[in-house]
Design a protein around this ligand. Structure first.
Ligand code: AMP
Ligand code: TRP
Length: 324
């Protein structure tokens, strides 16, 4: 079974990215053929600084290695290095219904957020994502909940292509975690934690002081009871989810344990758990920061391996569409 997933090099990785996606990539690499992609082309659809892009890409690669992606087991590569992604995007463009694109939640949100830069790439973003996935004949796509809609569109495109040009693509399945698929913002638990809103995030490599500060000032709900109720108590429910996932304890146990205790005590304990759980990641990252050549070599090797798969698939697609 082949696994494919991607992440944008748009900023630091936060615990939502980790719990919703990357943590599962680390598990999947043990017994699946995994392909993980740093999607730099996707990141061009929102305002960015060209002179900082290479650094961002390298930092994203270091993050993956620091949390446990093993380059001997998984392929890790940069999207723009493999030209077939853009070629397949164009070909899929010609069969993707426009109406579907305008309905995508992420497109609507991003065009609201970046009113002065509503470019065609933002609209066509899901087609590039479909190309990423289909180019590797992917079986499983581990993602957070926010990407579910894009995956549905990928399936629609794949089925349409197969109908029109004969069986070509595998139909991929999303793998969305039952708990942690949507970690909410620390500063506003009704919205998702998002890289493009830094105040909303607890980053994987935040230093202990920062972690403590962010958790202690995370927005919680009125009342004192520590109870999981996302509709009525989104703030404390989000923190309970985070606690439960990092400490490997069911939420009910945590509710019992903190029954007669206040928010402050709960938060203090959560901060401690996070400081300890994230410590190995911080350490590994610091070590990798001084090994840039090694990290670049991993990306080079990853691209070579990805290229082999991408090429064989695009040759078939060209043939099916009558281009060769
Ligand atoms: P992005 O930061 O948009 O590149 O997302 C990378 C991966 O992290 C995708 O699989 C997303 O679904 C996942 N993700 C992003 N934000 C969250 C969040 N707040 N909670 C859970 N998963 C998330
Ligand atoms: N759109 C995804 C996100 O923002 C990133 C992504 C690009 C992706 N291509 C992908 C995820 C292919 C899974 C598979 O999170």
């Amino acid at each position: 079974m082949r696994v494919f997933s991607g992440i944008q090099p748009t900023g630091q990785i936060h615990i939502g990215n980790y719990l919703g996606a990357i943590k599962h990539w680390v598990e999947l690499q043990e017994n699946h053929e995994c392909v993980f992609c740093i999607v730099d082309l996707h990141s061009l659809t929102i305002p960015f600084d060209p002179s900082a892009l290479q650094k961002r890409i390298l930092e994203t690669a270091i993050t993956h290695l620091a949390v446990g992606i093993n380059p001997e087991k998984a392929i890790l590569f940069v999207q723009s290095r493999i030209k077939e992604h853009t070629e397949l995007t164009w070909l899929l463009n010609t069969i993707c219904p426009i109406g579907e694109l305008g309905r995508m939640t992420q497109y609507k949100e991003k065009s609201r957020q970046f009113k002065k830069n509503i470019n065609a790439g933002l609209l066509n973003y899901p087609i590039l994502m479909a190309a990423d996935i289909l180019l590797y004949q992917t079986d499983i796509v581990p993602i957070g909940k926010d990407q579910k809609q894009h995956l549905e569109l990928t399936k629609t495109i794949a089925k349409k292509f197969n109908q029109k040009f004969k069986q070509t693509f595998k139909i991929p399945q999303a793998q969305i975690p039952k708990i942690g698929a949507k970690i909410m913002a620390l500063n506003d638990p009704k919205k998702k934690m998002s890289k493009s809103v830094p105040q909303s995030c607890l980053f994987l490599f935040d230093e202990p002081q920062e972690i403590k500060k962010k958790i202690m000032s995370a927005i919680t709900d009125t009342g004192k009871i520590i109870k999981f109720d996302p509709a009525k108590k989104p703030g404390i429910s989000n923190l309970l989810t985070i606690y439960s996932l990092f400490d490997n304890q069911p939420i009910e146990e945590l509710e019992k344990h903190f029954k007669d205790k206040g928010y402050a005590e709960f938060k203090k304990s959560l901060a401690k758990i996070l400081i300890n759980s994230l410590e190995p990641f911080r350490r590994k990252r610091k070590e990798l920061l001084s090994r840039e050549i090694y990290v670049r070599e991993i990306l080079n090797q990853g691209a070579k391996r990805a290229q082999v798969i991408a090429k064989s698939v695009i040759v078939n697609v060209r043939k099916k569409m009558g281009l060769t």
